[in-house]
Design a protein. Structure first.
Length: 178
């Protein structure tokens, strides 16, 4: 009798171990707050660290409307850390999006392009940034300008060392124009 019971238990355990878990399909890419934080412009990351230290981020929301992008950072402990609103230059904004604390001048500004053309690296679409980094990974950006045509937006990028890096004209979808 004990032998039959042991065989029965062994068969049940073996069958349970062979069961396959159901397959899951994802309809959206997997993201994490840390991954979202790493995609923020350096000036915004510095402002988040300065304002909230190592507080756990729950969600990062980018609002591209308006003359400059606005980032809303939501924290896990909302009672201690209310939502933080930041401009793309790192300025801390109030909830009605007026400047509460202006951005500090930092060394990273040199590599993110000047404001002469009205466009900073932080304001570019991600595909355009990837194209710039692919074409000139070590180059220092001098100026970025936005060119609107009838049906498309282009970005002109010049570099501090034009002898080593030629100027680029990139469509807003990231395609390099010849």
């Amino acid at each position: 009798m004990k032998t039959h019971a042991l065989w029965f238990i062994a068969v049940v355990v073996a069958l349970c171990g062979c069961a396959e878990p159901p397959l899951m399909s994802y309809t959206q890419p997997l993201t994490s707050p840390g991954g979202d934080f790493s995609k923020l412009p350096p000036a915004v990351q510095n402002s988040v660290r300065a304002e909230a230290g190592m507080a756990e981020i729950e969600k990062v929301i980018r609002n591209p409307d308006g003359p400059t992008a606005v980032y809303e950072i939501r924290f896990r402990n909302q009672a201690v850390y209310p939502p933080l609103y930041l401009a793309s230059d790192g300025s801390v904004l109030t909830s009605n999006l007026t400047v509460a604390v202006g951005a500090s001048a930092d060394a990273i500004e040199v590599s993110t392009g000047s404001e002469v053309g009205g466009v900073k690296m932080d304001d570019l679409p991600s595909n355009v940034i990837l194209t710039i980094r692919h074409q000139a990974p070590t180059a220092e950006v001098d100026a970025i300008s936005r060119v609107n045509s009838a049906s498309q937006v282009f970005y002109g990028v010049t570099f501090k060392d034009p002898a080593r890096h030629r100027a680029l004209m990139i469509r807003d979808d990231g395609h390099l124009m010849q």
